[in-house]
Write a protein that binds this ligand. Structure first.
Ligand SMILES: Nc1ncnc2c1ncn2[C@@H]1O[C@H](COP(=O)(O)OP(=O)(O)OP(=O)(O)O)[C@@H](O)[C@H]1O
Ligand SMILES: [Mg+2]
Length: 249
């Protein structure tokens, strides 16, 4: 049997707002195996970000179980959670979350600063490698404002890779990008997935979901559908088919 990278059981998360309780997740269970590329779909407010934040150990569920890479997350201390986040998970957000006025290479080095086992030379080497992997080997010293949106997202992807995480969690990672740039980024995600990286990718867009092998659809905090995609589209092929006038950025 393949290794389970994510295993959640009856996960619930509620938020108390004054006298009102919001049931953002109402008991969600699934497993994601090592090497899968899963998209999470669902309308606004369906609980996608709430779930991803729990998967990324940024938030704790109200109840239910969660195991990442065989480690039970419940009852871990803040420090242990931070270590798991740093060593096992790469995050990518819609708004890139890069430090302004800080070069691409320094942004990518950031997660390694917390790792005392990595020397500064090793840090630089790994950051350069990660930036080369995302096609930015010639933009090492550009700051975010000197990069396009797609390039900034590539820096964020390089940053997420620099610690060799067991999985990448992305929340609307193409949400701010035009179609062409989105497909370029999806081409990159498909390449990373081919190298064995497990990816969980939240998106609003059905065409983005066709690039993944499996889609989980949430509605009002519950799983509506969980299906395998038997005809995964190649983002590189779709990119090649886009009309050139679409290239506005
Ligand atoms: N910190 C919080 N406090 C109170 N309620 C919250 C909090 N975070 C999320 N919620 C509520 O939980 C529900 C799910 O929110 P969530 O952000 O997970 O939705 P989403 O599917 O990511 O939506 P979108 O597509 O708009 O990003 C919403 O009703 C939201 O208002
Ligand atoms: Mg969201």
């Amino acid at each position: 049997m393949a290794k389970e990278t994510i295993k959640i059981e009856n996960l619930k998360r509620q938020f108390t707002m004054g006298s009102e309780t919001v049931h953002a997740l109402k008991g969600i269970s699934f497993t994601i195996e090592e090497g899968e590329f899963v998209t999470i779909m669902g309308s606004s407010g369906s609980g996608k970000s709430t779930m991803l934040n729990i998967l990324g150990c940024l938030d704790q569920p109200t109840s239910g179980n969660y195991e990442i890479d065989g480690v039970k997350v419940k009852n871990l201390s803040k420090n242990e959670l931070a270590t798991i986040r740093n060593e096992k998970i790469g995050f990518i957000f819609q708004s890139y979350n890069l430090l302004a006025r800080t070069s691409a290479i320094e942004n990518v080095e950031l997660p390694l600063l917390y790792n005392s086992k990595v020397t500064s030379e090793e840090r630089r080497k790994r950051a350069i490698n990660a930036l080369e992997m995302v096609g930015l080997g010639d933009r090492l010293f550009h700051t975010p404002s000197q990069l396009s949106g797609g390039q900034q997202q590539r820096v964020a992807i390089a940053r997420s890779l620099v610690n060799n995480p067991v999985m990448i969690l992305a929340d609307e990672a193409t949400g701010n990008l035009d179609t062409r740039t989105s497909y370029e980024i999806m081409t990159l995600f498909q390449e990373l997935n081919k190298k064995g990286i497990t990816i969980t990718f939240v998106t609003h867009e059905p065409d983005i979901a066709t690039f993944s092998g499996r889609t989980i659809v949430l509605k009002d905090g519950e799983i509506m559908q969980d299906y395998k995609n038997h005809k995964v589209q190649s983002a590189a092929d779709q990119l090649a088919k886009l009309p050139l006038e679409n290239h506005l950025s």
